[in-house]
Design a protein around this ligand. Sequence first.
Ligand code: JFZ
Length: 442
Amino acid sequence: TTQKPIALQHGAHRIGRRTDADMEKWRAYGLGQFIHWGLYSIPAGEWNGKQYSGAAEWLKSWKEVSATAYDSLMYQFNPTKFNAESWAETAKQMGVKYVTITTKHHDGFCLWPSKYTNFTVANSPYKKDIIGPLVKAYDKRGIDVILYFSIMDWHNPDWRYDIKTREDSIAFDRFKQFTRNQLLELLTLYPTAKGLWFDGTWDKSWVKQAAFADSLEKEMRAMRPGLIIGSRFRADEYGKRHFDSNGNMMGDYEQGWERKIPEKIADVHGNDWDCVMTVPENQWGYSKVWKGHIKTTDELLEMLAKCVSLDGNFVLNFGPKPDGTLRTEELDLAKGIGEWMGINSEAIYNGEYAGLVKQDWGYYVKKTGTNKIYMLVFNVPVSGALNVVLPSRTAISKVYDLGNPGQNYAPEEIGTSAYFIHLKQQTFKRPFVIVLETADNS
Ligand code: JFZ
C-alpha cells in the first residue's frame, strides 16, 4: 500500500543521497575517530569517592552532584600535557579519515572561547582554545574535522526540558538565540570544519522548534556550502525526529547508529550512515574505571568491516584524560587498528556494499570503478575453504592475499559462479583480506 505523502513545511529537504563532492568524500572515509573531552574528564566518573555507574560525561546529572560544585571544575581544567599534534598523529597512524570533537557537551562547557558565555576554556587556568589547534593539526594531516555540539545545555539558565509557561517560552527564546550565536560563531572561527554533529536534541523544548531549527539549518548551510549535518538536529512540525512524518530522512546521513550496527543492507534504507562506538559498553568521556567487557582491536576491526560492507562508516570514541593525554588502552587500540589498516586499508577506504550473499567467514566489500571484490575474513572454517558465490556470468580472474600480494590462490569452481578459496593454513593470528579480481564471463 502506498500512502500519499502529507505536506510538510519542515520535513526532509531532499529525498535520496547527496551527490556532491563533500558528501562523496564523507561516504568514502570508512574509519573515523570521536573525541569526548570536557570538564567531566576531571572527576572521571567519581564524585566524593563514589563511582557513578552511568556514562562519565553525564556525571553532572547525578543527584549527588551539585551544579555549582560541578561547574567549578572549570577552575581545575588545566591540561598542561595537551598536544593537538600528537592526538592528530595518533589518529593518522590509526588510519582515520575524519574526527568528531565535542566543542560543547551537555554540561555546557565550551572547549573554544565562545563570546556568548563565560563557561569556556578562556576562564579556566588553561585559558587557551582547544578546538582551533585540533582543527589545524587534523587538517594538516588530511583528516576532516566535524564539530560535535550539544543543543541541551545544563549550564545555561535559559535551557528548558519542556516549555510549559510563558516564562519558559521567553527563556527558551533567549536560549535559541544563544544556540544560533554559538553555532554561527563556530562556523566562523573554524571555516575548514566539514560538518556539525548534533546531540541533546531529544527534549520536548527542542522538538517543538521545527520552524526555528529548520531555518537555522538553512542559514548554516547557506553560510557553509557543502556542510554535513546528520539526522539528529531537528524534528519536523509533528515532532518526528531523524525521519520525518513521511518517513524521509532529515539531514545528510542517519545518525541513529549509536553503539549498534545494522544487520543487513535493508536496515539502512539506502541512506548514508555511520556508527559511533565506545571501547567499554557505554563510556564516552574519560572514566577511571572501565567496567564490563572492553573491546579488543580485532573486535573493533570486525565492526569496521561490517559497517563498510553495509555502506557505512565506523567511528571509534576516545575519552582523553584531564591532563590532555590519551589513556594507554586507547593508544594501544589505535596502534593495533593502524597496523591492520597499514596493510588492508585498500579494502576500507571507498569501500561499498558488494551486493553478494554474506558468508560465514566475514564481509564482502567492493569498489566501484574497479574489478575487485575484497573478502574481509574474520572466521576461518576448519576446512580452510572459503565459500564464494558470485552473480552469474562473473568469473574470478585472480585471487590474492592483500597482506601478501605474491600469495595467489587458485579458486576451485564448485558450481555455477560458486567457488572455494582454499587457504594454505587454517589458523591465523589476525583478520585478513583476500582480493578477488573478477571478469565478465558472458
Ligand atoms: C549521546 C550523549 O548523551 C552521550 O553522552 C554521548 O555524547 C553520545 C555520543 O550521544 O547519547 C546518546 C544519544 C542517542 C542515543 C543514545 C545515546 N540513541 O539515539 O540511542
